[in-house]
Ligand binder design. Structure first.
Ligand code: ACO
Length: 405
């Protein structure tokens, strides 16, 4: 049943043969106790807890604790953990100056990965992956500082001054204040927005061995430190096929709204496989059913837009979904909305520009990256990741001197 996957790699190594699985469609790279997905049934669980229950009743920091330490915290454990994270939100003044070196208008995403990478230079005393105390402090520092770095990446991008974190506020409130606040104007985040963003972070917190998480594990398997491994994961997430799809959805919806195109004629183009036209936010490598995260996000979008008296783009999105769910092209291919179909709309309504969408994804995914890196480091059976290849180049040939070419 796949629960005890056969280690075919080890088996074949003795025969000199290799398996070729481009894109790792059916090759497990590790055993993991963190996240369970049943793509056919549309099930997602963190440490055994259904995503629907966590999204409804938990908070992002509690889910972070659950993913990283394996169990839900007691009230005291959560208070202690929250306090530690809140105390480490400041960036070293020299790290703040690091942003000065980027050009104006620098995209926030590479600023984020560069600054996370630079954390290794500020905390050289806590980079040993096998020292529990050092791993603990790096975990807390990363969770605490990523929202600050994210807000500063945005401020740099739009040319506004940085705000210091306010450690009396929750992680999400503090992040929103540092992102949208100005030194002279007090900023108070809308509680509905705080709740919605906290929930979106929960929904993005882990998704087993996706591209960025596999990157974090692969880099970490060489015993690279946590900051270096997570920085590599952020780079992987920046790709449009991974973290960038939510902005592509928004572009698609805006194009439909601003052109003469009807929703029906757009869908016809998708079905005819017109080059460059896909129903963005639909389909998933693992889910062959409704992505459970999309169902929760759709409800959140409805709540947010009910208050804002509707939204034209949301209406187009819903129309696309209704057509797709009743159309044989999508049904036969098991194409359903994924997590990205509605998130961009919510982020836009919150006031984030599209450049920040993937940064928000990174803040949400961070506890998953940390949990997966720690699980790998703690597992004595971990080996350095080193895929094989099927060589298709030239056979042996003799070097030709320059004057004879
Ligand atoms: N619109 C129209 N047709 C689609 C779509 C789509 N969004 N997705 C897949 N298909 C079709 C393909 O054309 C193919 O049809 P065929 O069998 O007639 O050739 C079939 O469905 C299978 O598609 P693949 O591309 O083989 O599926 P794969 O698992 O490789 O790709 C992916 C998954 C990349 C997510 C794809 O569905 C896609 O491009 N979706 C749009 C982009 C997107 O929303 N990405 C976000 C993913 S979630 C995340 O990263 C957080």
């Amino acid at each position: 049943d796949g629960s005890d996957g056969l280690d075919i790699g080890k088996l074949l190594a003795t025969t000199g043969k290799v398996t070729l699985d481009t894109g790792f469609v059916n090759t497990a790279s590790c055993r993991s106790e963190i996240t369970y997905i049943d793509g056919d049934a549309g099930i997602l669980r963190y440490r055994g807890y259904p995503i629907e229950q966590l999204a409804e009743g938990s908070t992002f920091l509690e889910v972070s604790y659950l993913l990283i330490y394996g169990e839900l915290p007691t009230a005291t454990q959560l208070e202690e953990f929250t306090g530690r994270v809140q105390r480490h939100t400041m960036l070293h003044e020299d790290l703040k100056r690091f942003f000065d070196g980027f050009p104006r208008n620098a995209h926030p995403m590479p600023q984020l990965s560069s600054a996370v990478s630079a954390l290794s230079t500020f905390y050289q005393d806590s980079l040993d992956p096998f020292d529990n105390e050092q791993v603990e402090i790096s975990t807390v520092r990363l969770l605490a500082k990523l929202p600050t770095i994210a807000a500063y990446s945005y401020k740099k991008n739009i040319g506004q001054p940085f705000l210091y974190p306010d450690n009396s506020q929750s992680l999400v409130e503090n992040f929103l204040r540092m992102t949208f606040g100005l030194p002279a104007e007090p900023y108070e985040a809308d509680p509905l927005m705080v709740k919605a963003l906290d929930q979106l972070f929960i929904l993005h917190a882990d998704h087993e061995q996706n591209c960025s998480t596999s990157t974090v594990r692969l880099v970490g398997s060489a015993q690279a430190n946590l900051f270096a491994s997570v920085s590599a994961g952020i780079h992987a997430l920046s790709g449009p096929l991974h973290g960038g799809a939510n902005s592509a959805v928004l572009e698609m919806l805006t194009t439909i709204r601003d052109s003469d195109e009807t929703v029906e004629s757009f869908m016809e183009k998708v079905k005819k496989k017109t080059p460059g036209v896909r129903l963005m936010g639909f389909g998933h490598r693992v889910y062959k059913n409704y992505d459970p995260r999309a169902a929760i996000i759709k409800k959140t979008a409805d709540e947010m837009f009910e208050k804002a008296a509707g939204n034209e783009l949301l209406d187009i999105a819903k129309e696309l979904e209704t057509i797709a769910l009743a159309d044989d092209y999508f049904v036969s291919r098991k194409l359903y909305p994924n997590v990205d179909f509605y998130t961009g709309l919510i982020y836009q309504a919150m006031g984030f520009p599209t450049e920040m969408f993937t940064v928000l994804f990174a803040i949400g995914r961070l506890p998953g990256w940390i949990a997966q890196w720690r699980e790998m480091i703690a597992d004595p059976s971990t080996k350095i990741g080193r895929p094989r290849q099927v060589y298709t180049g030239a056979a042996e040939r003799d070097y030709v001197a320059m004057d004879a070419r």
